[in-house]
Write a protein that binds this ligand. Structure first.
Ligand code: SF4
Length: 266
């Protein structure tokens, strides 16, 4: 493990793009946090594994990122506590149940209380609550228009697309390659539906991680010398409900859940 003495030594190792995927405002802020021991180098998703290992050998990075997301989730809960949930219900496609706002995500109900806390019968983690609370706070309420676009076609999507491809599309593609029944399972477990023929895909399904933010998952089987491909598409209105950063977070949360279920099913 390298012994850093100044933030500048760490800053020189970073991409210096200030992309904020570490949930800090800049690479310099991140370097300072690493020096103070508040973050680890591996928390920057843009670093190679080798560079990240200079800081902590990779251990604890995920836990640190989860902690960070927990903090964001708590802050958002505080913001939601001050709003009129009943007024937001029709905007976000939710409904009021016993004084709480019920929002259906992937076919499961999540309830948001007047104090901003989120409850559900499903496993709750900040990778789900952060996009959900931000959606409740900021969605414009516009209805999907049925035009599918890739992450890079959304506002600021070019910045997030490489990471989205790596963390969401590539992970789900490997899962689909290994598990032929994956898409039927996703439809059954998460209230999905088959999409009409689109983009010449062999399989196309639609899921709704948030009521007004549907996603289209297309899979093309391997053929001759060509490997399989998988794409995740958003309705072109998606960035009017969540910024691409949080659409990426939502995708990571969703795909991680699918991967966990895939592992459980062997
Ligand atoms: S994620 Fe990495 S490259 Fe992006 S701002 Fe943070 S430290 Fe800089």
């Amino acid at each position: 493990m390298a012994q850093f003495k100044t933030p500048l030594e760490i800053y020189k190792l970073l991409p210096q793009s200030n992309c904020r995927q570490c949930y800090l405002p800049s690479c310099l802020a991140f370097a300072t946090a690493v020096l103070k021991g508040e973050r680890q180098l591996a928390d920057c998703p843009c670093l190679s594994a080798e560079t990240a290992a200079l800081g902590d050998g990779g251990s604890g990075a995920r836990a640190s990122m989860d902690r960070n997301m927990e903090e964001v989730s708590l802050r958002l809960q505080g913001e939601v506590a001050g709003i009129d949930l009943a007024a937001r219900a029709p905007v976000v496609g939710g409904r009021m149940v016993g004084g709480r706002l019920a929002v259906t995500c992937l076919g499961k109900d999540f309830f948001i209380g007047v104090d901003g806390t989120v409850t559900s019968e499903c496993h709750i983690n900040p990778w789900v609550t952060v996009p959900l609370l931000r959606y409740v706070l900021g969605s414009t309420g516009v209805a999907p228009v049925g035009q599918w676009v890739s992450m890079r076609e959304l506002a600021d999507g070019q910045t997030w697309n490489p990471l989205f491809v790596q963390r969401c599309e590539a992970v789900l593609q490997r899962l689909a390659d290994a598990q032929p029944h994956l898409f039927a399972d996703l439809i059954g477990m998460f209230s999905g539906r088959q999409a009409p023929p689109v983009f010449d895909a062999d399989i196309a399904i639609i899921l709704a991680p948030l009521p007004k933010v549907p996603v289209l998952i297309c899979y093309w089987r391997a053929e001759d010398d060509l490997g399989s491909r998988l794409g995740i598409f958003f309705d072109r209105t998606a960035d009017r409900h969540l910024g691409v950063e949080l659409l990426h977070t939502l995708g990571v949360g969703m795909v991680s859940m699918f991967a966990r279920i895939g592992q459980q099913h062997g």
